[in-house]
Ligand binder design. Structure first.
Ligand SMILES: Cc1cc2nc3c(=O)[nH]c(=O)nc-3n(C[C@H](O)[C@H](O)[C@H](O)COP(=O)(O)OP(=O)(O)OC[C@H]3O[C@@H](n4cnc5c(N)ncnc54)[C@H](O)[C@@H]3O)c2cc1C
Length: 600
């Protein structure tokens, strides 16, 4: 791949091959026919389609959001053309088995491909991403018949899919959903209810849309234990797989969004005429656990998508800072001296470095977690189980820290462009708007923080956290062998010890009954764990860079120097923030918790 407007390919290669060694996955029987060449070919093809078919209508999609015309959704035609190219190249089946017509790629490689599509057009990639999520879920929990009639057409790029969880009155709290599933004598169900915010909920891109919908069967237990999962097709599907009659699913309206405006977002009504046919997936009342089984991968995807928008803004602001001339150095008194480029100003370099640290750090963490997904296929049971535990712990961090800090990166990109950045003539404001959804959907970042401190850090007596701290300690030991990195290794080891101590105190205080007070500090805990995790992957990168530097060629030399300098910058300016966050958590700060409604 030559110079790309979408990504820093050198950083992508460094992450996949120099840090993670993803070629090792080809020792798994499932990936035996793959090699670094086939991985690179998939990434190269994704890049080509992203640049030729996704990027050119990114602005047009933003300016021409989907419209409802005679009860149908009208999209700009370029979206269908992009889907043809995407499906034609087989990306709708990137993860699927060869027998199903799939590419059988590792999850980490599909994430690398997806990162290019989402950088090129965050709105358009939503259509196949949701379809693939639905197919993945059916691959695990569907019956053979359901796979044949609903999953296979998605893999072939003929059907699309959605995730129908949210309702107008139930977003974060899914236990309060009201959609009903009424059992029928033939074992099927009829659905009655309404679903809000459904991405890709209605369009004419394919032959059908497979809605995966959460509902409560009449008489089910209250709360999340009463939630079941259903297939609700837009068009019913006959036993032989042919398309049947239109199902009773109505498009009730469109939501008009701030960003990602090319992807349609819908309000759907099910069973307005008491004739919405549905099939149960798996066992009754297990629906939420099936959905959550897939959530790790979805949430990593959201975090990575956010980071790609951050990366796009970073790349653009870097280019701009190298070209625009403005002002002189503070000690240059001669007004006739020619102005310097923006990048010569230390404050601009500070903002570029912050973006580099957030983006490249979060990308490494996201790709690392994606490889943990692939470790589920390893023959070593210990590695399988440890990878699963680490994934559980890291997923909320990748989703929430990644999307919060990618958005901060987008703010910095706008700031670097000054007034031009605030206008619609430059792309950085769209990056920000497209990115703003990511801290909200797939579980808000507030909910992710509660999950991290309340559940993931505490599960199995803190086993996952111990594993993470073990990884951090191993990186510190490696880095300490390199003289210049020794002080950074000591700094990281101290931060890791603080994180362990803080988590123990939080656990003890919750066990003693202060659950609400401790969890009132969940966001500070997310900051602590997020910064610790990002500092860890920066020291890892710096160690690899320091070892490679002496033999590096003229192209790689500045790349590795950049890695080392960014690591030093993060440790000087960002890592110290963990001390403040840890203090708030371990002292169980109650200033937010104790604030009374009427005092506002
Ligand atoms: C563009 C877009 C696309 C979406 N796509 C889909 C989709 O395809 N399918 C789907 O099912 N849904 C989708 N959603 C819905 C999305 O997942 C919800 O918006 C999200 O879960 C939050 O729910 P809510 O909007 O009802 O906000 P609320 O749940 O009302 O939350 C409002 C605020 O309160 C906070 N809050 C809520 N509960 C708690 C708590 N217990 N403790 C502390 N703070 C709390 C939240 O963190 C948030 O800051 C989409 C939403 C948008 C905007």
């Amino acid at each position: 791949m030559s110079a790309s407007p979408l990504t820093d390919r050198r950083h992508l290669d460094f992450t996949l091959y120099e840090l993670l060694g993803v070629e090792r996955l080809t020792t798994y029987p499932r990936f035996a026919e793959h090699s670094r060449d086939t991985f690179d070919a998939a990434i190269e093809l994704a890049h080509q389609i992203a640049v030729e078919k996704f990027l050119p209508h990114n602005r047009k999609g933003d300016l021409n959001e989907p419209r409802m015309v005679d009860g149908r959704v009208e999209l700009i035609p370029e979206i269908a053309e992009a889907m043809d190219a995407f499906n034609g190249a087989g990306f709708c089946a990137a993860l699927a088995d060869y027998e199903q017509g799939g590419m059988q790629l590792p999850f980490v490689v599909t994430q690398a491909c997806d990162s290019l599509f989402s950088a090129a057009n965050a709105g358009t990639i939503a259509y196949p991403a949701l379809a693939r999520a639905a197919a993945n879920l059916l691959a695990v929990y569907g019956t053979e018949d359901q796979k044949r009639r609903y999953m296979q057409p998605i893999i072939e790029g003929r059907y699309y899919g959605t995730m129908c969880l949210s309702e107008p009155q139930a977003g974060s709290s899914l236990s309060d959903i009201k959609t009903r599933a009424i059992p029928q004598p033939d074992g099927s169900y009829r659905i009655v209810g309404a679903k809000m915010w459904i991405s890709a909920g209605d369009h004419e891109l394919g032959e059908n849309i497979v809605h995966l919908l959460l509902a409560k069967i009449d008489g089910a237990p209250a709360g999340v234990r009463g939630i079941s999962l259903f297939i609700v097709p837009r068009w019913r599907v006959n036993a032989d797989g042919s398309r049947g009659e239109r199902n009773d699913v109505q498009l009730a309206g469109l939501n008009h969004k701030m960003g990602q405006r090319g992807s349609v977002n819908t309000f759907l009504k099910f069973g307005e005429n008491d004739d919405c046919h549905a099939e149960l997936v798996g066992k009754p009342h297990h629906g939420l656990s099936y959905m959550f089984h897939m959530m790790n991968e979805e949430r990593i995807g959201v975090g990575m998508g956010a980071v790609q928008q951050g990366s796009l803004g970073y790349q653009y602001s870097l280019k701009y800072a190298r070209e625009r001339r403005q002002g002189r150095h503070p000690d240059q008194k001669d007004p006739t001296a020619s102005p310097v480029t923006l990048i010569e100003h230390a404050d601009i370099r500070r903002m570029l470095l912050m973006q580099k640290c957030y983006i490249e750090g979060a990308q490494v963490l996201g790709f690392y977690a994606s490889m943990l997904v692939d470790h589920a296929l390893d023959s070593d049971e210990t590695l399988r189980s440890e990878s699963h535990q680490l994934l559980e712990l890291l997923t909320p961090i990748i989703k929430a820290w990644g999307s919060d800090y990618a958005l901060k990166a987008n703010e910095l990109a706008i700031q670097i462009l000054g007034g031009y950045g605030y206008t619609r003539d430059y792309p950085v404001e769209q990056c920000y708007r497209d990115n703003r959804i990511n801290p909200i959907h797939e579980g808000t970042n507030g909910i992710q923080a509660l999950d991290l401190l309340g559940r993931k850090a505490m599960m199995d007596g803190g086993a996952a956290l111990k594993l993470l701290l073990g990884k951090v300690a191993a990186t510190c030991a490696e880095a300490a062998q390199i003289e210049t990195l020794r002080p950074l290794a000591a700094q990281l080891a101290a931060a890791a010890e603080l994180a362990g101590k803080t988590t123990r105190i939080a656990g003890q205080r919750m066990a003693a009954g202060e659950v609400r007070q401790v969890l009132a500090n969940a966001q500070h805990y997310m900051q602590l764990m997020g910064h610790l995790s990002i500092a860890w992957v920066w020291l890892w990168q710096a160690t690899v860079a320091a070892r490679a530097l002496p033999g590096a060629n003229a192209v790689d030399q500045p790349f590795y120097e950049g890695k080392l300098q960014a690591c030093r910058f993060f440790y000087a300016t960002e890592l110290p923030l963990v001390e403040h966050a840890a203090k708030l958590v371990s002292q169980v700060d109650d200033t937010a918790y104790a604030m009374q409604d009427e005092w506002f």
